[in-house]
Design a protein around this ligand. Structure first.
Ligand SMILES: Cc1ncc(COP(=O)(O)O)c(C=O)c1O
Length: 408
């Protein structure tokens, strides 16, 4: 048998298939209530409206553009719309050269890895943080320094100590990757004071900030907090990632990056060699979707449904989880984050959850670049139905209570 391994690059071997992915396959079996994935509710997908927009993109005239190769930076009318949409986030100091369309945020994360990370380069992330960002940064050889989060987002005192220590060793991180608004998986929103301080520190210690914001529009309560990019008045430090995955549909695979012009130009080169351009037909249809004013009423509808689901999950947790479990109450996003007593390993408990209780979650250690967080787990409330949320939490509560009794 030919050993294909001898042909693989060193880089392609840096990411190992995580045990979590194997575990999650178990959670996808029929009959299991999954509170695991980060999926939107498919019953809310605007199928009829999007079909109308696709039909319009496929008229004899539009179809000649929609089915052709497009510009790498994006289909111009759509880029112009993204410029307008960015203004809604308070970003008003940019022009078209500050913006590029991507095949959703994950491609943005991959380009950022390609553009900034060489083997051994230091990056700072929150802890816990988004699993597939950890994977992308790891592929490119990043060395992780991590900052814990609390209910106000990344702990700035920890960030400062990491930066001071690195400086004393003559080292500078490339960037701080943060999901400040309704963090995945933590669900927390970084306070305005901390956002301002992150920007000050970026100037003081000379690093960039990658602000990943897929969940910002999914706010159910509380006051909106300005994104870091809108606070970056000189437009120097923040690279801002946005996506339609959580506000329209992940299957449309569209997102955009707002960043300083030299960075966009470099990302453009990466995109040329990666996929030439994102699908023009989808950009055009999504642009029609925006121009027909479908997006904001749709987001309103999603918010209403998700806020009820979120509350249902919190109420069920209060009813069924033992008091030893600490859960945050998020003001938005798609996740609840649970910290269990230290003697419970949520990876070990996962098998029992699936096999005996037929309920799945994500063991929290998946979100820790250093593999810690064994007593944590993430729950998704957007995909399951209200009945599944009630029943899933009841089952999980029974299991956790048994574990607490065993060890407590
Ligand atoms: C924080 C974060 N960033 C990026 C993504 C990638 O999303 P997409 O590539 O669908 O835009 C996700 C998806 O769950 C996410 O949670």
């Amino acid at each position: 048998m030919l050993d294909h391994g001898v042909f693989f690059s060193e880089r392609s071997g840096r990411v190992k298939s995580s045990i979590i992915r194997e575990l999650l396959k178990l959670g996808n079996q029929p009959g299991i209530i999954s509170l695991a994935g980060g999926l939107p509710d498919p019953d809310l997908f605007p199928i009829k409206e999007f079909k109308e927009c696709m039909d319009e993109a496929l008229t004899p005239v539009n179809g000649k553009i929609a089915l052709q190769y497009g510009e790498t930076a994006g289909y111009m009318p759509f880029r112009e719309s993204m410029l307008e949409l960015s203004k809604k986030d308070g970003i008003d100091n940019i022009d078209l050269d500050n913006l590029i369309i991507t095949t959703a945020s994950q491609q943005g994360i991959s380009f950022i890895s390609q553009v900034f990370i060489g083997k051994g380069d230091i990056i700072i992330t929150e802890k816990p943080t988004y699993l597939s960002a950890i994977q992308s940064f790891t592929t490119f050889g990043a060395v992780f320094k991590c900052v814990n989060i609390d209910e106000h987002g990344a702990k700035i005192d920890e960030l400062e100590s990491i930066l001071a220590k690195l400086k004393s060793e003559g080292k500078t991180p490339k960037f701080f990757y943060t999901i400040p608004t309704f963090q995945n998986p933590g669900g927390v929103c970084m306070s305005l004071e901390r956002r301002k301080r992150v920007l000050e520190l970026a100037k003081e210690y000379n690093f960039l900030i990658v602000e990943d914001n897929p969940y910002g529009d999914l706010r159910y309560s509380g006051e909106a907090v300005p994104c870091l990019k809108s606070l970056d008045r000189e437009n120097e430090r923040v690279i801002y990632l946005r996506t339609f995955s959580k506000i329209l549909a992940p299957g449309n695979r569209l997102g955009w990056i707002v960043a300083p012009k030299p960075i966009i130009a470099r990302i453009n080169l990466m995109k040329q060699s990666s996929d030439l351009c994102s699908p023009v037909i989808i950009q055009m249809a999504t642009d029609f979707y925006l121009k027909k004013d479908y997006l904001w009423p749709h987001i309103e509808e999603i918010r209403e449904v998700y806020s009820v689901k979120c509350k249902t999950m919190i109420d069920a947790i209060n009813k069924h989880f033992p008091k030893e479990v600490k859960t945050n109450v998020p003001e938005g996003g798609m996740f609840l984050w649970c910290v269990l007593p230290e003697y419970i390993d949520t990876q070990i408990m996962f098998k029992i959850a699936v096999e005996e209780q037929q309920v799945a979650y994500i063991p929290g250690s998946a979100f820790y670049p250093d593999g810690s967080g064994n007593n944590t787990l993430r729950l998704n409330f957007t995909k399951p139905t209200l009945e599944q949320i009630e029943e899933g939490i009841r089952r999980l509560g029974t299991l956790i209570s048994e574990e607490v009794k065993k060890h407590g």
